[in-house]
Design a protein around this ligand. Structure first.
Ligand SMILES: [Zn+2]
Length: 297
């Protein structure tokens, strides 16, 4: 694993002047807002200089681990999500797909914790990307769709803990043929090492939740509804995720995390896969699945 530092900010003329003097190049983006971006790895000789300069000039730096093949093949469990776009879940107007796809009985209308998918996802049509093997719809990034070829191999290899659910085309409900959803059938024991993870509590005293302006009134939210449950901010690769080894005892190859992740009105359980799945995906060079090793403690 290597650590990558992303230096990204705007309106820092003194910092830029030093970069120019040192001959360090950077990218400019964002039209009139003029952000500058610079990526540097931990083992780059320029990193200590840039780190100190960024600190001195109050320039933002984001850090993320970058995994090599050996990191992934040696990890027992991995957080995963699909990267190819499957479009918006349908019907998208007023988020009507939620009640059409999820059992919302125990779902908090304010923070969304507790929704359980019990019906097929609907999409506008077959995903357009021709090269990817793994897809995810907008808004519900915990949902993973795979090519039929992936399902076939998973079944041949005896992958456990998965239900295959065929997505439907909106309005007609005709089954899609180029992708199928893999839905975990079990949830892990809680095991996230929470100390390292920023969390939000659904309460009137939480800065983030209480400050949310949009209540989902269609699902019955009232101004005083707070479920008191906790969710964690999505790690977005910005920090390593640590889990207790014990929580994986007798776990299937594909499982949901017991913990919920998200911010604002979004919440979902992460999909976690075993080393067996990671190796199948890497060996066949399938595209579109992010695999981030979990650190076991
Ligand atoms: Zn809540």
């Amino acid at each position: 694993m290597r650590l990558r530092h992303h230096i990204r900010d705007r309106n820092k003329p003194h910092f830029i002047a030093v970069l120019t003097k040192l001959g360090i190049t950077y990218k400019v983006s964002g039209g009139s807002s003029q952000y500058f971006d610079l990526f540097v790895f931990d083992d780059d000789a320029r990193w200590p200089i840039l780190r100190d300069l960024a600190k001195e000039h109050f320039v933002r730096v984001y850090h993320s681990p970058v995994y090599i093949r050996e990191d992934i093949t040696s990890a027992q469990w991995l957080l995963t999500h699909a990267t190819a776009d499957a479009g918006y879940p349908q019907p998208e107007k007023d988020f009507a797909y939620r009640s059409a796809t999820f059992d919302l009985t125990n779902c908090c209308p304010r923070c969304s914790i507790g929704k359980i998918q019990d019906r097929p996802l609907r999409l506008t049509g077959e995903p357009k990307n021709k090269t990817a093997h793994f897809f995810s719809p907008q808004w519900e990034h915990q949902i993973i769709l795979v090519r039929p070829e992936v399902q076939k191999v998973f079944q041949e290899e005896g992958v456990t803990g998965v239900r295959y659910l065929t997505p439907l085309k909106r309005r007609t409900d005709i089954p899609l043929t180029s992708v199928i959803q893999i839905l975990p059938t079990t949830t892990l024991q809680p095991g996230l090492v929470v100390a390292a993870q920023k969390s939000v509590t659904c309460s009137p005293h939480d800065e983030e939740i209480s400050g949310m302006k949009t209540l989902n009134e269609r699902e019955g939210a009232r101004a005083d509804d707070f479920c008191g449950r906790v969710k964690f901010h999505v790690p977005y690769l910005s920090r390593l995720v640590h889990y207790s080894r014990k929580s994986f005892k007798d776990a299937s190859d594909i499982v949901f995390s017991a913990e919920w992740f998200g911010s604002g009105w979004s919440a979902s359980q992460h999909t976690i896969v075993s080393n067996k799945i990671a190796k199948i995906v890497l060996d066949r060079k399938w595209k579109g699945l992010e695999l981030d090793p979990i650190q076991l403690v």
